[in-house]
Design a protein around this ligand. Structure first.
Ligand code: GLP
Length: 637
């Protein structure tokens, strides 16, 4: 990776981009190992500043591997963790101390006396003194040699939320509402997320001799680009790292995707133009100068760093028409292909018809949210649509929903059986008792999870009924990685892979729809996507793969940009309404409290807004004006 090329001219600190989070973590683990060994050889200690969250988990796994397989010893290592939730004991499942024990400390030979994590139990009145003592301990250890960081969506590092100053030191802070919402899944509800935390300050972090910030997945892309390319500001604490002499952002491709050199490379140097980059550039230009594609003129291109594009592929009118046609040809009302029609310029082939279509949905509702309109069309146009729900989604069901379901089951049992309790009734009674005995932060029992999974199953069935997909084509895989896992800490294995491979072998699809390939690798969607990808790779020689296409759909919060869309399926106003009605069937996923803030919109509102926005984008490019569009990108099989 070039350290500082022309294309990185807007980057105010060093960035390194790797193919994926594993490769990046291997690299950083190797760097830490080298430092640890070098110090050990000199008979010295090394001080590591450590972070929590899903981001560094892969790094810790690599370090553990180096310890086990290559004899890397941590005997000379002293660690200081960035932060801890205030109020949580070290045994709490969400405490950072426990996280560190489980993810790293328990697996290596780090002496426990060398470990430092701020205590969540420090009384408020003593917090100031405890924070000063933490700072002193860092100084006494010789200062931090190597600081590992993640980044929150507010741009926080540690728990230094917007507003934290460059000089801030270890202290008690109040958490931002977005940060608390991001933690809500871990805590099984936002109400359970602590409001305060103890964190090292930005100044403490800046005192480290070397800083490496890690970020994976597209949800971090925007905040990473701001921290790297915008002037430093306290409203985005990670940007304050810019002042440091030895800091790097280590990214996967998705987290780097909003950096100018990837998003708008023509603005920062010469571009090797191909069909795709030309399309991206023209779509961007049309948006930037607010003109439809066919009205762009040579000056628009030359004034926006695209003179060489004109030289290679121009003049403007020719390029415009080509791109216009390409965009036009993405639009189809026949997502499964139009039978007996010329398909030269259609995104999907005409035959075979009908097709066997397999939709992979990581959690129940991802399918409807991302492609509910298209699902219905595929069914209406006679295709054999099968939906495979990869996980049960039971972690996302509020207790109250489960209580209602248990009560209902009990009532049904009573009215059907009189006084004899049926097995179903006893199950419901047990779940009810377990729910009532459960403290807000307790993990669900296996039986509670089972009932919650059944709730989501039936919501998914109702949503598919509304989309006219026959129930016998629905598969609930309840993948084991999810059933035994927790958010951010899923560990899929061969049983998960076999289950996915089995559906593929059973359905032998002509078309596959899937999602999750750009997500944070620890998310449910990304874990599922990787299983689908591995299963596809494993089944590459199966005869059905010769006549199969893969289409990638997106969550409403991050729709494809028109330049990335290979198939755009327009929805009429009525179809959009029907899609929303189908989303409505996922009742347990509705917000539990009314919300006013737009960023906290309900899922159906997000789907509605994003499909309408894509249609508006097509309209603004000078294409037909539809009410709504669902976009798909063709994936490589
Ligand atoms: C929390 C932690 C941060 C971490 C951030 C992102 O707020 N205090 O240190 O960087 O979450 O978490 P994740 O890595 O799970 O995306």
């Amino acid at each position: 990776m070039p350290a500082n090329s022309e294309s990185q001219q807007r980057e105010r600190l060093l960035t390194e981009v790797y193919a994926d989070a594993d490769e990046a973590s291997r690299q950083v683990a190797g760097e830490i190992a080298a430092l640890v060994r070098e110090r050990a050889a000199a008979g010295r200690t090394v001080v590591l500043g450590l972070a929590t969250g899903s981001t560094p988990v892969r790094l810790y796994r690599q370090l553990i591997r180096l310890h086990r397989e290559e004899g890397l010893s941590f005997a000379n290592v002293v660690t200081f963790n960035l932060d801890e939730y205030h109020g949580l004991p070290p045994t709490h499942p969400e405490s950072y101390r426990r996280f560190m024990q489980e993810q790293f400390f328990d697996h290596v030979d780090l002496p426990s006396a060398n470990i430092h994590v701020p205590s969540g139990l420090t009384p408020r009145g003593e917090a100031f003194a405890a924070c000063q003592a933490y700072e002193k301990a860092i100084a006494d250890a010789g200062g931090i040699d190597f600081q590992v960081l993640g980044i929150g969506r507010t741009g926080h590092v540690g728990f230094n939320e917007p507003g934290s100053t460059r000089e801030s030191r270890t202290r008690l802070v109040t958490l931002d509402s977005l940060t608390r919402r991001d933690a809500a899944r871990d805590f099984l509800g936002e109400a359970n997320v602590p409001r305060h935390a103890i964190t090292m300050g930005v100044g403490t972090i800046l005192s480290a001799r070397r800083i490496v910030l890690l970020a994976w997945g597209e949800s971090k892309a925007s905040v990473v680009a701001q921290a790297v390319e915008q002037p430093p500001t306290e409203s985005l604490p990670a940007s304050l790292l810019q002042g440091h002499a030895d800091v790097r952002f280590v990214l996967d491709r998705a987290a780097a995707s909003e950096l100018t050199r990837f998003k708008h490379p023509w603005l920062v140097g010469p571009v090797k133009w191909d069909a795709l980059s030309a399309r991206r550039a023209v779509v961007w230009l049309s948006r930037t100068v607010r003109k439809p594609v066919l009205k762009l003129v040579d000056e628009d291109f030359t004034e926006h760093g695209m003179a060489d594009l004109l030289t290679e592929q121009g003049p403007a009118y020719r390029l415009n028409i080509r791109i216009f046609n390409e965009l036009q040809h993405t639009i189809t009302g026949w997502p499964g292909g139009k039978p007996n029609a010329d398909d030269t310029h259609r995104p999907e082939r005409a035959s075979p018809h009908p097709k066997r279509v397999l939709v992979f949905s990581p959690e129940p509702s991802d399918d409807i949210l991302g492609m509910g309109g298209t699902l219905r069309r595929l069914a209406d146009q006679g295709h054999e649509v099968a939906v495979a729900y990869l996980t049960s989604g039971n972690l996302a069901v509020p207790d109250e929903e489960a209580l209602m379901a248990a009560d209902l089951a009990l009532d049904v049992g009573h009215s059907a059986n009189g006084t004899d309790a049926s097995p179903a009734e006893s199950f419901a009674a047990r779940v009810r008792a377990q729910l009532q005995a459960k403290a807000p932060l307790d993990q669900d029992t296996e039986e509670i999870r089972r009932l919650k999974g059944l709730i989501r199953r039936n919501e998914a069935r109702a949503a598919l009924r509304a989309s006219r997909i026959p129930g016998d084509r629905v598969r609930f895989l309840d993948l084991p990685f999810y059933e035994r896992g927790r958010y951010r800490q899923f560990c899929p294995d061969v049983a998960d892979l076999e289950a996915v491979a089995a559906v593929l072998a059973e359905i032998r699809p002509h078309q596959i729809f899937a999602t999750g390939h750009l997500d944070d690798p620890s998310s449910v969607a990304a874990v599922c996507w990787n299983l689908v990808r591995e299963a596809l790779t494993g089944g590459r020689n199966a005869p059905w793969t010769e006549d199969c296409r893969l289409w990638l759909y997106r969550p409403p919060t991050r729709p494809w940009n028109p330049a990335e869309i290979d198939m755009a399926v327009p929805l009429s106003p009525t179809e959009l309404t029907l899609k929303i009605q189908a989303i409505y069937q996922h009742k347990s996923q509705r917000s539990q409290t009314p919300v006013a803030d737009v960023s906290l919109q309900e899922a159906w509102q997000q789907a509605d807004a994003s499909n309408r926005a894509t249609a508006r984008d097509y309209d603004a490019l000078g294409l037909a004006e539809y009410a709504a569009i669902e976009g798909f990108q063709r994936g490589a099989l």
